[in-house]
Write a protein that binds this ligand. Structure first.
Ligand code: ADP
Ligand code: MG
Length: 561
């Protein structure tokens, strides 16, 4: 049997070094990670077997088995899921394939003690090296005959060799560090599984050590004890699930380790039947704007996992949602291609959108402080819906919160409308990248003087919706940089103090000045006008009515359009 030695990708070596020497106190989470992988592996096979029944007909019942050998100080976790062949072992366990792990590495660089980050990000398979100084993986891919063994002490290299493996699936043996012996104790494992993995819908079994009676006879011959409830959590009734169990399921399904901001467990009956367990994270995932992100909402059909990458299920502007949707109506053998343009799926999606908007609306109304936490994390994403999902535009605008020149906190458009001045016909905004710079901009001086509020739009996405959304409750949006910003139509107490005689005298001088400036700047600007909009600054640039907004023009120019 030939054995090959290969090197870890440099990043993996670095990660393993951090993990092995981590002082992270919550080391038991390694088991949650390995069980989670085993469960994913079973899900993947169950999906493939829908179209290729042969893949699992010799061994149709999934299980995850734990075995301990206290003499050898090892713990083995075995599954009969999809398994891995040689190349998959190399790719999956030798490189950093997950964006989550790369984000962990990035954060590590910038923090002194990254230990806590391990729990926050979950470093997956590699977390085994918190408790083990050597790990052996034997695996056989379903449908293939050859088994493979992967071995590594986590110090830069691993070996791969052919091995006899009777059934499909993966078996991971941890050679526990001396000081981590506790993970070969039955009681300890029972507690960990109950805490973190109870929701896994596959039986997790522990092989009980044979006990010798006093007379030398053997009490049990290695019976199996099931440690978890082994039913899909979303199929249970709410009263049967504890908050802790909901939270652990979120950690599993979202690959996130914060506390969810919201959870929604529901069942829809009628023409279309589906159930769901959805979460909104309590913190902003690092990959919210990565184009290749996955791990959003998993689609199941009658408890069979179909995909975790179904773009038709959840609109992009709700990509902060995590969890599962389980349909009773879609055909089980639906291929991932068939999911595109599926009318049933489109209806489910519509139902989810309505439900989520409804929940957010209620929160915004009843728990304003709480709602702002959501808004600060995901407002930018939700605003994409303003131009992607026009039918929901009004519902979305109602949920939007903005900064404005009059306040540092968030206001809604309803708040803005309530504070409009006599004669004010538009919702004014100023847009750009830097909130503080916008607040200092000369463009808003006239508005300030007239006590007219201006929304400060400093989120890049604002540029896109504000030009396509025409109005809210009959009031149009208008940039302060547009020419003729109608300030003189708006009443203001200060105005009345201006004596008209002074104004007349100023006018003549101003005319001369404007003439001189036009001559000097000819070709550089379209026109030079006197304006009501400035009070402290001498001049500012404005866009003409009908021309592009200045900030938008800058953005486009920087993209060479
Ligand atoms: P993640 O689970 O987030 O992808 P992990 O580090 O936990 O990251 O695992 C890396 C990859 O290794 C998995 O995506 C999977 O392809 C593979 N893998 C790990 N454990 C198993 C297993 N028990 N059976 C099959 N594949 C596995
Ligand atoms: Mg994993």
């Amino acid at each position: 049997m030939s054995e090959e030695q290969l090197s870890f990708q440099a990043e993996v070596s670095r990660l393993l070094d951090i993990v092995a020497h981590s002082l992270y106190s919550n080391k038991e989470i390694f088991l949650r990670e390995l069980i989670s992988n085993a469960s994913d592996a079973c899900d993947k096979l169950r999906y493939l077997a829908v179209t290729d029944g042969d893949l699992m007909k010799d061994d149709p019942d999934f299980r995850i088995d734990l075995e301990i050998d206290s003499n050898a100080n090892t713990l083995t976790i075995s599954d009969n899921g999809i398994g891995m062949n040689r190349q998959e072992l190399i790719d999956n366990l030798g490189t950093i394939a997950r964006s989550g792990t790369s984000a962990f590495m990035e954060q590590m660089e910038s923090s002194k003690d990254g230990s806590n980050l391990i729990g926050q990000f979950g470093v997956g398979f590699y977390s085994s090296y918190m408790v083990a100084d050597k790990v052996s993986v034997t695996s056989r891919r379903a449908g293939e005959d050859q088994g493979w063994q992967w071995d590594s002490d986590g110090k830069g290299k691993f070996t791969i060799a052919e091995v006899e493996k009777p059934g499909r699936g993966t078996s991971i043996t941890l050679h526990l560090k001396e000081e981590q012996k506790e993970y070969s104790e039955e009681l300890r494992l029972r507690t960990i599984i109950k805490t973190y993995s109870d929701h896994i819908p596959i039986p997790i079994r522990l092989k009980k050590a044979p006990e010798k009676n006093e007379d030398g006879s053997i009490e049990n011959n290695g019976d199996w004890e099931t440690l978890n409830s082994a039913s899909a959590i979303w199929t249970r009734s709410k009263s049967d699930v504890t908050d802790e169990q909901y939270k652990e399921f979120y950690h599993h399904v979202a690959h996130a380790y914060d506390d969810p901001w919201l959870r929604e467990h529901f069942r829809v009956e009628g023409v279309l039947e589906y159930s769901g367990l959805l979460y909104i994270p309590g913190s902003k995932p690092f990959d919210l704007f990565h184009p290749d992100r996955k791990h959003g909402v998993k689609l199941y059909v009658r408890r069979v996992f179909i995909t975790d990458d179904c773009q038709e299920l959840i609109p992009a502007y709700m990509r902060f949602l995590k969890g599962v949707i389980d349909s009773e109506d879609l055909p089980l053998n639906i291929s991932r291609e068939m999911l595109q343009d599926n009318p049933m799926l489109r209806k489910i999606r519509g139902g989810i959108v309505k439900r989520v908007l409804g929940i957010l609306d209620k929160k915004a109304e009843n728990e304003q402080e709480e709602y702002l936490k959501f808004w600060e994390n995901f407002g930018s994403v939700l605003k994409e819906g303003l131009y992607e999902d026009l039918p929901q535009k009004d519902a979305l605008l109602k949920l939007c919160r903005f900064k404005s020149i009059k306040t540092d906190s968030w206001i809604s458009l309803a708040d803005y409308l309530e504070n409009m001045k006599e004669g004010q016909e538009h919702i004014y905004y100023i847009s750009g990248e830097d909130e503080q710079a916008l607040r200092r901009s000369p463009q808003i001086e006239g508005f300030k003087a007239k006590d007219v509020d201006v929304l400060v739009l400093h989120d890049p996405v604002d540029e896109f919706w504000v030009t396509s959304v025409n109005e809210y409750e009959g009031k149009g949006f208008k940039s302060v940089t547009r020419g003729g910003a109608d300030l003189n139509k708006i009443d203001s107490a200060d105005d009345k103090d201006d004596s008209s005689k002074d104004k007349e005298e100023d006018k003549a001088e101003l005319g001369a000045l404007l003439g001189y400036m036009k001559l000097t700047l000819e070709g550089e600007v379209k026109d030079i006008r006197s304006s009501e909009r400035l009070t402290d600054s001498a001049v500012c640039l404005v866009a003409d009515e009908g021309d592009m907004d200045i900030h938008l023009e800058r953005i486009l120019r920087s993209h060479k359009q």
